[in-house]
Design a binder for this molecule. Structure first.
Ligand code: ADP
Ligand code: MG
Length: 239
C-alpha cells in the first residue's frame, strides 16, 4: 500500500539548511496499523506531512496505492490527497465557529454541494464516533475528547485508503485516549484503512501492529507486536 524509499527532506531558512529526514525506507501493507515513535524533533511530523501530500520531499520516493506521490504537481497532489488521505492533526485543528456537522462536511465541499446522501452519511459517521445528537453544536463548545472525535470523523468522511494521525491522543487523559484508540482500531479493522499514528505514548503504540522507532531522521528499529520483549525494546529506546 505504501512504499517509501530513500526519502529526504531538508528545510532551508536563510543561510541555514536543516536535514530533517535523512533517507527513510519503509513499506506498509494494506490495512496495517503502524505507530511511529521517537524523540521530539526527530522528524516524525515531517514524515507524516510528506506521506499525506501536505509537503514535498527534497529527494526520494513515496508510492501510495501504486501512485508516485513525490513527483506530483501541486494540483495533482491536492486531488490525490482528497481522494486517498485522511489526516488527524495535532491539536484537532477544527474550525471553531463552525458546527460539528460543518466541520465534518468540510472536506466534501471540494466535490460540489452536499447531497442528501452525503448528509445522511455524515450523521451516520457522527453516530459511529459517539457524537450522535451533537452535530449542530459549535465545535469550540465541545470537550477535548469530543473535538478529537470530530477530527476523526472529518478525516474519515472521504473514506480514505490511508489514515494519518499526528499524536491523536496527546492532549487526552488515559480514559479518553483509550476511547479514541479503540475507535481508530475499529475503523482500521472494519474499513481496512491503513493507519499510521505518531505517538509519544507507549500505551497508544500498543494498539499498533508494528512500532517504528525513529531517530535523527532515520528509522532506528522496527518492532512487531508479536516480537518478544516488545514493550521492553520501546521503553529502552524512549528512555
Ligand atoms: P517531530 O514531529 O519528530 O517532533 P518535526 O518533524 O516536527 O519533528 O520536526 C523535525 C525538525 O524539523 C525540527 O528541528 C523542526 O524545527 C524542523 N522543521 C519542521 N518543519 C519545519 C519547517 N516548515 N521549516 C523549518 N524547519 C522545520
Ligand atoms: Mg511532531
Amino acid at each position: 500500500m505504501i512504499k517509501v524509499s530513500d526519502l529526504k527532506k531538508e528545510f532551508i531558512q536563510g543561510q541555514e539548511r536543516t536535514e530533517v529526514l535523512k533517507g527513510v525506507d519503509l513499506t506498509i501493507e494494506e490495512g496495517e496499523f503502524v505507530a511511529i515513535m521517537g524523540p521530539s524533533g526527530s522528524g516524525k511530523s515531517t514524515l507524516l506531512q510528506l506521506l499525506g501530500g501536505l509537503d514535498v520531499p527534497t529527494a526520494g520516493n513515496i508510492v501510495i496505492n501504486q501512485q508516485q506521490l513525490a513527483q506530483m504537481k501541486e494540483k495533482e497532489r491536492t486531488i490525490f490527497r482528497r481522494k486517498y488521505i485522511g489526516f488527524i492533526f495535532q491539536n484537532y485543528q477544527l474550525l471553531p465557529t463552525l458546527t460539528v456537522e460543518e466541520n465534518v462536511a468540510f472536506p466534501l465541499h471540494a466535490d460540489g454541494s452536499l447531497t442528501k446522501e452525503k448528509n445522511q452519511m455524515i450523521l451516520e459517521l457522527l453516530d459511529s464516533v459517539g457524537l450522535k445528537g451533537l452535530g449542530r453544536k459549535r465545535a469550540n463548545l465541545l470537550s477535548g475528547g469530543q473535538q478529537q472525535r470530530v477530527a476523526i470523523a472529518r478525516a474519515l468522511v472521504n473514506n480514505p485508503a490511508v489514515l494519518l494521525a499526528d499524536e491523536p491522543t496527546g492532549n487526552l487523559d488515559r480514559n479518553k485516549a483509550e476511547e479514541i484508540l479503540v475507535l481508530m482500531s475499529k475503523f482500521n479493522r472494519e474499513n481496512k484503512q491503513t493507519t499510521i499514528m505518531v505517538t509519544h505514548d507507549m500505551f497508544a503504540a500498543g494498539f499498533a501492529d508494528r512500532i517504528i522507532l525513529f531517530k535523527d531522521g532515520v528509522i532506528d528499529q522496527v518492532i512487531a507486536r508479536k516480537d518478544n520483549d516488545y514493550a521492553q525494546y520501546v521503553a529502552n529506546f524512549m528512555a
